[in-house]
Design a protein around this ligand. Sequence first.
Ligand SMILES: *Cc1c(COP(=O)(O)O)cnc(C)c1O
Length: 289
Amino acid sequence: MIGRADPSAGADRPAAAGGDPARRAELARRLDVISERIAAAARAAGRDPAGLTLIAVSKTYPAEDVVMLHTLGARQFAENREQEAGPKVNMVTRLLGEPGGGPAAGGGGAPAGAGGAAGGHELTWHFVGQLQRNKARSVLRWADWVQSVDRSSLVGVLSRLAVERGRPLSICLQVSLDSWSDSGGRVGSVVTGSGRGGGDPMELAALADLVEEAPGLTLRGVMAVAPRGEPARPAFARLRAVAERLTVDHPQATVISAGMSGDLEAAVAEGATHLRIGTALFGERHGVP
Ligand SMILES: *Cc1c(COP(=O)(O)O)cnc(C)c1O
């Protein structure tokens, strides 16, 4: 399931990570705790834990932490700000000593299917933040997934850049659960823009078709953050309904990326497949949200 596969994996790696042993022990402990929480949530929901993917949200935490979690078995990582992520991913790549300079090395450098390949030492990087078109090029230097596609104007640019780099980009459509009442509760009419300007809200189905047809993009499913100030579970239930409808036309788009440190149990109960965990793995963040 969650990268706890083989505790000895990476143990023979010289301390390239330069990791502080106390921090490493803390991360190991936190990874155990969260893995157990996820397994318990799966059991409670009658689901197979193997169907759940843990994504470590490393924002505000240093490359060294990512490398240490990698030696502990984690393979999926997420960032939400391009300015922070670009240099961090480069540093992680350098620390892991992978040849070729990582994804930015250009066409053909990375193995096909890297977007979902969690089997080897290769990391999979997810972008989960608000994406501006003028940041798309930088994000595509390192991101295997963009989970925050919320408007049609992003699709063309992401497609063009993915084709240019010669490596497909996995896409989740970000669904706003806040604007649910604004949209009259109509399933699927909930594409976001997070309330920010510039969005062109449209039917989720239409956005999905657009992604599906775009060269270089692979439609994986949906992503959402639980709304503040209301219980998470009903919101995740709405997300599940949206996701189920999406798979009618796009049977391969089965990802439901939902659930964070505070609400993963509710997400698992409502069918989440990918859990984005920051605080519970790395500790409280200071400053930046
Ligand atoms: C920060 C962040 C997370 C992780 O949240 P925690 O509460 O720290 O687990 C998940 N998803 C997104 C989009 C985030 O920005």
